[in-house]
Design a protein around this ligand. Structure first.
Ligand code: ATP
Length: 355
């Protein structure tokens, strides 16, 4: 196990990067704690795989250093870094038994037979593969095969970090949650440093203690799932995380007072007039907006029933405001009013949270 330090890391695939868009990974520094469960989350092309490959050693960074504990591993190969990787598609030997597949990484490293047997049985039990250790891997379903891949990552006790690159892509939707919760449970049991790459917010938020959100090659926020929900530091995080995402509305700041279309708005923290240059926006999640007898006048446009609540779309002039209406609460008719919870209403300047 190791703490991983990413020190002024930057990567470009072009030989002579000049423009910001030449960088697949923009400059970043971050410390990943020993034994932590991390997710790299972001849309396709945002740089997740680039960052993963820099950590694993498949890529050499254009700039910066990577440390495992106090050792600079920037010039080391993936083998020297002692990493286990689980990919999108199961990497297993079809002709071998489940047992031999799990034993392979250990036998390869000359681990004594008794220790191999102990580890394989332990990991087999953890992954509910215990009853099929003697079966040929070829007979297993896709999720069974991916469990073997996970097991091959978990079986070694000498790895610094286990990396998962979209490991649930080939798994049936109804089994995804089973493996997702299994992985979380495994992390609690074995406490290794784990990095999980995904574009799926549910996977990231269920697995990780800390999520690294990326967009356009840039790390926009590193935080707990609650941080990302309650205090997105960028409007991108507000949009990308949540279903539906955060409402982002234009606003003005005059004499320290925040306004939306001329209406006063209370926010989580005070905004100084000096901070009010650039593009100013308000961010408030649908969970933190309520219908009330006074406030911002809106027209109700439509509502979608999603079980425990309804997602209601309203409009104030040309601006769409979505809110969640809990089950059992009446839908207002005609012109209604909405109010934002001040504690969860934030001001953004050029996309970034003010304060
Ligand atoms: P996905 O989820 O689609 O795999 P990602 O978030 O992992 O995307 P990367 O694969 O890291 O993103 O890509 C980041 C950027 O770097 C993209 O613009 C991509 O086109 C570019 N890129 C990735 N690999 C290479 C390469 N080998 N050569 C040149 N450009 C590359």
């Amino acid at each position: 196990m190791a703490k991983i330090t990413l020190d002024n890391l930057r990567h470009s695939y072009t030989p002579n990067p000049q423009r910001p868009e030449d960088w697949a990974l923009k400059e970043m520094s971050q410390e990943l704690k020993d034994g932590g469960a991390y997710a790299l989350l972001g849309p396709s092309g945002c740089g997740k795989t680039t960052l993963l490959n820099l950590i694993s050693g498949l890529l050499r960074p254009t700039q910066g250093r990577i440390l495992f504990d106090d050792t600079d591993v920037s010039d080391m190969t993936p083998e020297q870094r002692n990493i286990a990787q689980v990919f999108q598609f199961p990497v297993i030997y079809d002709t071998m038994t489940v047992y031999d597949n799990l034993a392979f990484p250990l036998r390869n490293r000359g681990v004594p037979t008794a220790e191999v047997d102990r580890r394989v049985k332990e990991v087999g039990e953890m992954l509910d593969l215990g009853h099929m250790l003697t079966k040929r891997a070829s007979g297993l379903t896709a999720d069974g095969k991916q469990k073997i891949s996970l097991g091959r990552g978990l079986v070694r006790s000498d790895v610094n970090v286990i990396m998962f690159d979209e490991p649930l892509t080939v798994i049936d939707p109804h089994l995804k949650w089973v493996l997702r919760s299994k992985l979380k449970e495994l992390h609690h049991r074995i406490k290794r440093t784990m990095i999980y790459v995904t574009h799926d917010q549910t996977e990231a938020l269920t697995f990780a203690d800390r999520v690294v959100v990326m967009n356009n090659g840039e790390v926009v926020q590193v935080g707990t799932p609650i941080d990302l929900f309650e205090r997105p530091t960028h409007t991108f995080v507000g949009h990308f995380i949540g279903s539906p995402g955060m409402n982002v509305l234009p606003c003005s700041v005059e004499g320290g007072r925040v306004g939306f279309m001329g209406l006063p708005i209370e926010t989580a923290s005070a905004v100084q007039t000096a901070q009010a240059n650039g593009k100013l926006e308000l961010g408030v999640r649908p969970e933190f907006i309520k219908f009330e007898s006074s406030g911002i006048p809106v027209d109700v446009v439509k509502a979608a029933d999603v079980g425990r609540f309804r997602i209601v779309e309203t409009r104030h002039r040309e601006h769409r405001i979505r809110l969640l209406l809990p089950e059992g609460q009446p839908m207002p008719s005609g012109t209604a009013h909405v109010r934002f919870d001040p504690k969860h209403t934030h001001v953004y300047r050029d996309g970034w949270l003010v304060n």
